[in-house]
Design a binder for this molecule. Structure first.
Ligand SMILES: Nc1ncnc2c1ncn2[C@@H]1O[C@H](COP(=O)(O)OP(=O)(O)OP(=O)(O)O)[C@@H](O)[C@H]1O
Ligand SMILES: [Mg+2]
Length: 234
């Protein structure tokens, strides 16, 4: 579904990704792990086309998209939930969700999408009139995911969605991610929570200093002693 060929990324003149090759097949959960500063967030930003300048090719199915502006990529149903959820804190849960469906296509399905999101995340239905900024951290993350789902993504990229969440919410979030995959949404997941992500991921990549140093099935990576010692410094 998505393929990056020799993708490099830069902030001004500083290169932080070095010709990485990534592939995400339709219906997979792909995990992307690595130490702080390895370039995980930059990879997601490069794919969606914001904040960083890239070189190399990005293909979405048969279409090359690296030359397209971010909004054109979003229109092709690639969605990023960035690090530290960004809700509109002074708007209600419902308004935040509705804003997820602002594009013409998703807007037409808004009511059905809302029903699906409430069904999947009942806590949002209960709290639909609450101001988003007053939700708990876990609820805010659910709201950020709900908003992303309102746009009917085909490829959903999540950057450390469990950051700062209590263990119960971490569990719920991983369950939700698996359910979304089973519903046909393709997922690229960046996580510090290495063991957990590799348990649910169909495949995973390990980034070190902007280079992919290991890739394999989630299970095989978990069993690989190099994962912990050499690359994550654990
Ligand atoms: N806007 C920016 N301007 C300049 N350098 C940046 C910018 N954003 C990130 N970097 C640098 O690029 C490198 C990769 O950062 P990135 O945020 O992609 O890492 P990461 O793997 O997501 O780390 P973390 O686990 O801490 O979130 C780091 O050295 C970082 O300092
Ligand atoms: Mg990051």
């Amino acid at each position: 579904m998505l393929r990056a060929n020799k993708l490099s990324a830069f902030y001004d003149r500083t290169q932080v990704l070095h010709e990485i090759d990534l592939r995400i097949e339709e219906g997979e959960i792909v995990g992307l792990v690595g130490a702080n500063g390895a370039g995980k967030s930059t990879t997601l930003l490069g794919i969606i086309g914001i904040n960083t300048r890239t070189e190399g090719e990005i293909w979405l199915n048969e279409e090359r998209i690296d030359g397209l502006p971010a909004y054109e990529r979003v229109r092709r149903a690639i969605v990023l939930i960035p690090e530290r959820r960004r809700l509109f804190p002074f708007m209600s849960v419902l308004e935040n969700l509705e804003l997820g469906a602002y594009l013409p296509g998703p807007r037409g399905n808004r009511d059905a999408s809302l029903e699906m999101v409430f069904d999947l995340l009942p806590v949002l239905a209960e709290r639909r009139y609450q101001i988003a900024g007053s939700l708990s951290g876990g609820e805010q993350q659910m709201c950020a995911i709900g908003r992303a789902l309102m746009s009917r993504p085909r490829l959903l990229m999540l950057d450390e969605p469990t950051e700062g969440l209590a263990p119960l919410y971490v569990e719920r979030l991983f369950d939700l991610i698996v359910r979304l995959r089973d519903d046909g949404i393709t997922i690229l997941l960046v996580e510090q929570n290495v063991e957990h992500v590799l348990k649910v991921a169909d495949r995973g990549y390990v980034l070190e200093n902007g280079r992919i140093v290991l890739q394999n099935s989630g299970q095989a990576l978990l069993a690989d002693p190099r994962l912990k010692t050499a690359y994550l410094g654990l």
